[in-house]
Design a protein around this ligand. Sequence first.
Ligand code: NDP
Length: 603
Amino acid sequence: MAETNVTDPLEFNADELRAKYRSERDKRLRADGNDQYVETAGDFSHYRDDPYVEPGFTRAPLTDDTDVVIIGGGFGGLLAGARLRDAGVENIRIVEKGGDFGGTWYWNRYPGAACDIESYVYLPLLEETGYMPSKKYATGPEILAYSQQIARHYNLYDNACLQTEIQRLHWDDAASRWVIETSRNDRMTARYVILSNGPLNRPKLPGIPGVETFKGHTFHTSRWDYDYTGGDSSGGLTGLKGKRIGIIGTGATAVQCVSHLAEHAEELFVFQRTPSSIDVRNDRPTDEDWAKSLKPGWHKERLENFNTLVSGGYADKDLVNDGWTEIIRNLLFFAKQDSNGDLTPAKIAELAELADFKKMEQIRGRVDDVIADAATAEALKPWYRQFCKRPCFHDDYLAAFNRENVTLVDTAGQGVERITENAVIANGQAYELDCLVYGTGFEVGTDYTRRAGYDLEGREGVTLSSSWSQGMRTLHGMHVRGFPNAFIMGPAQAGFTANYPHLLDEQARHLAYLLTQAKDRQMARIEVTEEAEQGWVDTILSKATLRQKFFEECTPGYYNNEGKANERAIQNSPYGGGSDEYFRILADWRNEGGLAGLQLSNS
Ligand code: NDP
């Protein structure tokens, strides 16, 4: 790293911070990586049960044929449905395991659930549906209701199969159809399948010794048990009166629900392994005059501007102007101070690190400002770069630790030691609990087919899991050789952005283009060539270096495969050039018009 003489006027020592970040990361690195977690399967599968539907739903099995079956009714499935409808595709079916549309917002109804990316860029299709969110950061119930509004707007309830899980998908080569078997005994067929299972759809538990022995009440945050806690997403957890509650995890979910638990529990114990960075949220109602002043095209302009800035790119204005884009404002400030103005990529990387140090110093300073007890404040300070983990934005989380009934049980990076029939043991001390909430997140680094909950059998009976045993192989993250007419939506080998629906919309538009092209050319089958697939895998690997370098220095978490950067994990990463560049690659590919790398045939 080059000398950082620009640090002189700053109130931190960059070398000391670098060393501190490294030692905090090293404390947390562990050999078992993703294997430290327990899958919510077998004896733990009840942690995935749907608490939001009435039991006893039945319907007759389906054996019909559909043009397009979309798996997943979250924003990915909704966007694919919307863009395909716009392209004139009529015969669409969405299959969804939940009882309604909404995806992550269907499942995650914990108290305080809300979007912490500005809703004017996070919510898709705002101009198409004519919807304006009520606040800068919309709440979970509003987003869930909006998801359902999108489904109605595009007639996606017609033909949908809710409360239905895919069990088997196989390609019938003679018929050129996917055969789809489900938990409702369906055996339907489809010309095209679109897989939009969601990257964070499968809750995971920590593999803490004794996790299976706890006899008190327990649930995962993504299946909140309001029968036990009382209240709803807006709080009011009156069922917790007189109860000793524990929550394991201090990620973005816990940060949103802890203040509600704190308000109602007799005692709350928050078990922390790594603190999150908590910036100001500063929510506010939508200004009606501003909303009326928006010109057609505003939404696309705003979300592209946000994406450019959070991907480290340059734009001459910052439309969203919140905690997500502040680093870039810092960077521009430093760039202006820099005397020779020669902004090489290396120089930008150096300034970005300084901007990050400045931002994180401010976040650590905020902890000191809010927290009364010095030791608690120290334990709540995050020591890593802001985008090593999901940045959090909340105005009540930190203050909850000033309450008499709340104890932060910091484990100095080591995690909880053991769980017994009635307690969680950390730092050698037992904390007896009535209820233990797991805010321990979702599987990310495990195999795609395990997270999806089904495998695909493509041409010649080859399974997707075996095709990808050495790592994912795709074109653009969407097409896989041997799996004609199947398309994947998601970040792997595609463009990661914190504003995830933006990626989904780009992929949905791309899909609409592909299916329109196939129709116009009177072709019924689309499959990637081996060369194009290999070419994209090579691109992913060659572009991985910068991204890898950043994440190697990070404290472990799902962003960096729990600190284990093996070759397979690198191959399964998003495109290293960033989402803006990935979106441009897709657009250029479409503009070129030759469907490069795809084989189309009419059988
Ligand atoms: P995370 O994976 O972010 O957090 C899991 C937490 O569990 C971490 O704090 C982790 O600690 C902790 N943990 C795991 N094992 C142990 C252990 N053995 N002992 C103690 N602690 C342990 O899950 P979340 O559900 O919080 O968030 C998942 C994602 O969902 C977010 O990153 C974000 O993308 C999304 N989200 C988005 C929101 C929005 O506003 N749009 C709101 C909420 C979530 P450690 O960090 O040390 O691994």
